[in-house]
Design a protein around this ligand. Structure first.
Ligand SMILES: [Zn+2]
Length: 885
């Protein structure tokens, strides 16, 4: 599935607390039945929010069967029939043994009795006489509902009309058609839709016929047979879409949206054209279908979904002004398009056998999205973003309750919970580490071999790393297995270099080091790459690594590509820090800051030592490094500082960074992006601590915006708004609310909704919360507003009170994963009483697919409590020494 990251708040993450207790019994289909082909006609009634379906499924039975079980949820079965299609040769003996006559051609039809197992989302069709082994046709008439939960076949609405759209990953195809809904049970599909005259229909393949009927006022649209594919990748969309069209390597590409937003599709079209051509070359397999559509859906749960040939997106992840678009929006669009398109090969053409290897899909696409976007837009510095992401992911993965990348999952709830930062961020980082180690060309050859061997089929992680080991001649299997099957992050300690050797040892890195048991023995095979030198694989037995002679310092995570934390001896660290600005790349500087802060959180070193390092980078010319340093200072403000500390720390930030900001001067039309970003980063940090000059500037920018004038400094406009409305009154609130209600550009509308969550006056916070759960706000936006309020120190108590009191209303608007995101956001609390409230509230109000998330949330609150207790006195001491200076 698409990118969650954009939707998940930074600093709030996911994880696993062991294998879920009280596991529902295994819910896989019994087997013995192989679907080969589905042909279905779906007739939706958008006004009544229902649909009817008729389908035939060609299956092959391994043995005679009198009962066949498939998946179905919220489906009402009509008449179900079956007949054999064996032509009377292969099964003669079997038939004779059963004492029945061997017919020729079509066999007798039997009508089934259907029984439902609602909990297992299965239906069993029982026949009076056993169906023979071999080819059998199942014919099923059924009815279903268009739900409002953004899963299965669901309803999406605009002010003008209703849409019927699909989202099947992971286990929701069964809500749209009875099916063998497991990824290994691939088949071909003929999809036909009977819809209102004038309605547009889009599906995985090209339209082969479009005829009036079956009744007046309808037309029936049939799509070409798909390649062999998994059920979760089928899609169809009904409504009114307008598209912009192009072509790449001979493949027609369309980017579609509701008609009012069709003007925002050009940027994504250019991205898709470039990406298709690049991937044709990278994978050495031509894009497998005859067309590609990318479609923005008004109501959408995830970021995007890689349906084969018919990729669906949240509007904000696909639509952008081509010329004057906001940089962050365009960056996200290009990245999301690159992510989903990589799945067309890696995921759709070759699919994991089961969901336990979902990480291979998502890790690969997460890595590839950066690689492709960085190639297409080198000026947008995607690699720096990836370094920031990896730092965040490693912190999420350093809790006691994290999970192994490959985790067992049987039930839909367990499967849904696997779509987390471990599957995306960590798996992506591990794949990037392997590419960096084996080399770009060798890695690409391995990917090509893996895809060629399993095209239109399924594969496992063993297939992937086995192929990669064979192609590279390196122990890729050992390295990947150690990162995929063990939970947690390795910490590599480098001792004082003696001659040509650097002493080294590895251990598991835990933010709460006190929870580490003496008996724990995790160890990894880690490709450790020294800057300017080669990589060596560190195994548990390795005690020293050779060092290149004559260097002033060494950095043991070249390019910040390795998924591990580093710790150096004091002398080595000093040498690295002294050379950081000139001797390290931006990514390496981000990695260094990340490792040092993580170690402080784990109790090694003090917050004061970290602040010394952060102040030392205040002249760093790179916005991402500055942001990294300032975000960690922000963490100190929210996690460690008391209100008194906050005043002193604010003074230090103003004194140290105010001059840097002033020195950058004013923005202007021709200001380079890099400098604009750097200014905005400093502006935000200074605003956060109430710098009077910054606050005055922010107020005047906001005033200009509300007065309809062109703001003086576009680079700091969004930040200005966020800073100003924090103290905003009801009049300002009313203006912002009006923007949220009337804005038609999806990106700007979302910004307006998020700006509402910035108001801090208690009565306005209450209004925002009430608005978020009202019918005026889409479900997809409702939970993002609540989690934002819940994650900020200034509003979290009010938001938490509201969540507890209005849980029924929140649940009414809930979607597949929204509840889990709220559980996750509660992990930003930092007090014992809140922790206990959170634990007890969610024990009494269990949220689907959030068992691990809740454990992680409690873990995260505990870490914060511990950090505050140990580091607040240290912070106080440092502030006393530095604040007055
Ligand atoms: Zn994905």
């Amino acid at each position: 599935m698409g990118i969650w990251r954009g939707l998940v708040l930074a600093g709030v993450g996911l994880g696993l607390g062991g294998v879920a207790a009280g596991r529902v019994e295994a819910q896989r289909l019994p087997g013995g039945v192989r679907p080969e082909h589905y042909a279905m006609t779906i007739t939706p009634d958008l006004q009544a929010a229902t649909f009817t379906g008729s389908e035939t499924i060609d299956v092959v039975l391994d043995a005679p069967m009198s009962a066949i079980t498939l998946n179905a949820a919220e489906i009402e079965f009509g008449v179900v029939k079956a007949w054999s299609r064996e032509q009377g040769t292969g099964n003669r003996e079997q038939q004779a043994a059963e004492g029945r006559e061997q017919g020729t051609g079509n066999r007798e039809q039997q009508t089934a009795v259907v029984t439902l197992d609602v909990a297992k989302e299965q239906a069993t069709m029982t026949f009076a006489r056993a169906l023979p082994a071999g080819r059998v046709v199942l014919e099923i008439a059924y009815k279903g509902i268009l739900n409002n939960k953004l899963r299965g076949f669901y309803l999406s609405k605009t002010k003008v009309r209703r849409y019927g759209v699909t989202q099947f990953e992971a286990t929701d195809a069964r809500r749209a058609f009875p099916s063998f809904d497991e990824p290994a049970l691939k088949a071909t599909f003929d999809v036909t839709l009977a819809v209102d005259a004038g309605d547009t229909v889009i599906s995985n393949t090209k339209i082969v016929s479009d005829r009036p009927g079956p009744v007046a006022g309808k037309h029936t649209v049939a799509f070409a047979t798909t390649p062999r594919m998994s059920t979760y990748l089928v899609a169809w969309l009904v409504g009114d879409f307008k598209c912009s069209e192009g072509k790449s390597d001979g493949v027609p590409i369309r980017v579609c949206a509701t008609p009012d937003k069709a003007k925002l599709t050009r940027f994504a079209l250019d991205s898709a054209k470039q990406t298709l051509h690049d991937y044709d070359q990278y994978f050495a397999i031509k894009y497998p279908l005859a067309k590609l559509d990318l479609v923005a859906i008004p109501d959408f749960e995830a970021g995007a979904m890689e349906n084969f040939g018919c990729i669906t997106f949240r509007e904000t992840a696909l639509l952008a002004e081509e010329k004057d678009g906001v940089l962050a929006v365009k960056k996200e669009v290009a990245k999301t398009v690159a992510h989903e398109m990589s799945h067309q090969w890696f995921g759709d053409l070759v699919t994991p056998v089961w969901w336990d290897n979902l990480w291979l899909n998502e890790g690969f696409a997460t890595w590839m999205e950066t690689k492709e976007s960085a190639k297409a837009h080198p000026q947008w510095k995607y690699e720096e973003d990836a370094a920031v992401e990896m730092d965040r992911t490693m912190n999420e993965d350093a809790g006691r309750t994290t999970r192994a990348v490959r985790a067992q999952a049987e039930t839909p709830d367990e499967i849904n919970e696997l779509f987390d930062d471990v599957a995306y961020g960590k798996a992506g980082a591990v794949i990037g580490m392997v590419e960096n180690w084996v080399g770009e060309d060798v890695f690409r050859r391995g990917v090509q071999a893996y895809l060629a061997e399993h095209a239109y089929g399924n594969a496992t992680a063993e297939d992937f790393w086995g192929t990669m080991a064979r192609v590279s001649g390196l122990a890729v299997d050992k390295v990947m297995r150690s990162f995929v099957e063990q939970q947690g992050v390795p910490l590599v300690r480098f001792g004082r270099a003696a001659g040509t050797q650097i002493p080294v040892k590895q251990e598991r890195f835990l933010l709460d080091a006190s929870s580490k048991a003496a008996t724990e023995s995790e160890s990894w095979a880690i490709p450790v790459c020294f800057k300017g030198s080669t990589c060596s694989v560190l195994t548990p037995g390795t005690t020293a690594i050779p060092r290149t002679q004559g260097e002033e310092f060494f950095d043991a995570n070249a390019g910040d590509k390795g998924y591990y934390r580093t710790a150096y001896s004091a002398g080595e660290l000093k040498a690295i820090a002294a050379n950081a600005e000139t001797g390290l790349t931006v990514e390496e500087r981000i990695g260094l800051l990340g490792d040092r802060w993580a170690l402080v959180r784990a109790g090694e070193g003090t917050v004061g030592e970290f602040l010394d390092l952060a102040l030392a980078v205040k002249t760093d010319p790179d916005a991402a490094v500055m942001e990294s340093a300032l975000a960690k200072i922000g963490s100190i403000e929210t996690r460690i500082a008391t209100d008194d500390d906050l005043k002193l720390l604010g003074g230090v930030v103003r004194r140290e960074f105010g001059g840097v900001y002033a020195g950058l001067g004013k923005g202007g039309k021709h200001e380079p992006d890099e400098r604009a970003e750097l200014r905005d980063t400093l502006f935000e940090a200074l605003g956060r601590v109430g710098d009077p000059l910054v606050m005055a500037e922010a107020a005047s920018e906001t005033q200009a915006l509300f007065a309809g004038r062109r703001p003086a400094d576009e680079a700091v406009l969004d930040t200005s708004l966020a800073l100003t409305v924090a103290k905003g009154d009801a009049t300002m609130y009313a203006k912002m609310l009006q923007v949220a209600q009337t804005e038609s550009d999806p990106g700007l509308k979302q910004d307006a909704l998020h700006t509402l969550t910035r108001f801090q006056a208690p009565e306005l916070v209450e209004r925002t919360l009430e608005y978020a759960v009202s019918d005026e706000v889409r479900s997809q936006d409702s939970w993002t507003m609540i989690t934002r309020l819940l994650s900020r120190r200034e509003t979290q108590d009010a938001a938490w009170g509201f969540v507890q009191q209005h849980w029924a209303e929140i649940e009414r608007k809930s979607t597949l994963n929204s509840g889990a995101r709220i559980v996750e956001a509660a992990g930003t609390f930092c007090a014992v009483e809140r922790r206990d409230e959170v634990a007890s509230f969610f024990a009494g109000h269990p949220v689907a697919s959030s068992e691990r998330t809740l454990a992680r949330t409690i873990d995260s609150i505990n870490d914060c409590i511990h950090l505050r207790a140990t580091q607040e006195p240290e912070l106080r001491q440092w502030l006393e020494a530095h604040a007055g200076r």
